[in-house]
Design a protein around this ligand. Sequence first.
Ligand code: CP3
Length: 358
Amino acid sequence: MDETADSGFNDRFLRACRREPVDRTPVWFMRQSGRYLPEYRQLRQDRDILEMCRTPEIAVEATLLPLRRMEVDAAILFSDIMVPLAAAGLDVEIRPSVGPVIGQPIRSASEVRRLRSRTADLDVSPVLDAIGLLRKELSVPLIGFAGAPFTLASYLIEGGPSRNFERTKAFMHGEPATWDDLMGTLGDLVSYYLQAQIEAGVQAVQVFDSWVGALDPDDYIRFVLPTTRDIFDGLAWLGVPRIHFGVGTGELLPLMREAGADVVGVDWRVPLHEAWERIGFDVAIQGNLDPAVCLAPWDAVEAKALVVLRRAAGRAGHVFNLGHGVLPGTPLENLQRLVELVHERTLRGSAAPTDGRL
Ligand code: CP3
């Protein structure tokens, strides 16, 4: 398909991922389909999230909802990082206000072997069908995604959300060979799943290593980096931008660069220009407004967003986003105004907000 400006297709997100010149800085929001949106709550009612993800028509509708409200420059497929694990037959549930819960956690070599045999035949056709339907509707790029092996492993080992990742770290250090098997199994699953999404039509992929910021750099290098690098290397030939995101990764950013993605997503804890320096200006960056600030009065949101733009300083390769997902209590109007603000203030040829303090 011809994806040029004349065809009405908005490609500024893809251009920014490739660090090409853009007319305005692109903006989208992680979790842009979610409870902050009244029509999402209406669609959701008391439906189970995984059931919604398995029903292509509902996944399509949920993906499109935010695009009818705001001129975001990308759509993210409505799905969840637990979807491929549920498709592999694991006992996974997503409890509202809690998160993913695993019926039989994986804590031994035999359980890892069992996981390997289950992931061997994976039916994710509802996800691929939703992607096909969405590509017919969309005039912005569609982002597919997967959870990274560490973040998925943390749920599988802990059995649910965790604050300190005690069992995960005890497993990693106590049984390093079994840990490597688990990472290899999940890495293969993620690679297969992302390639299938790309072949079905997604135009960029994001790997969510949401909780990897819990590790120190030594453990990241030993226990996570090799698998993550294999995933990005294995996808390179497909030619779509690859985004790598985690929370609390300030100390890990130079290592995330080594993992090889085209775009590194950063949270709000590191000033954007410092984060970019750690990643290297030859890689694109995505972020990084604090999502909790979006619950404050608009003036505060605007002030903080302008600081992010000033720090990006009009360099090629900035995708504006929040530093993590949209929070359920966020006023929709703040996000709508934020999209307009980013587009207005970054119009190339106009006075970009590059002056003043960083
Ligand atoms: O961004 C989008 O609009 C696409 C949708 C999306 C969902 N999950 C749907 C969902 C995405 C990108 C995800 C990824 C995901 N899921 C991650 C990585 C991103 C991140 O936030 O770090 C993680 C860690 C999960 C696991 C998960 N699923 C959690 C922690 C929760 C929250 C539990 C809660 O209720 O607070 C979920 C549930 C979930 N997945 C919701 C949505 C929209 C919650 C909304 C609802 O209950 O309807």
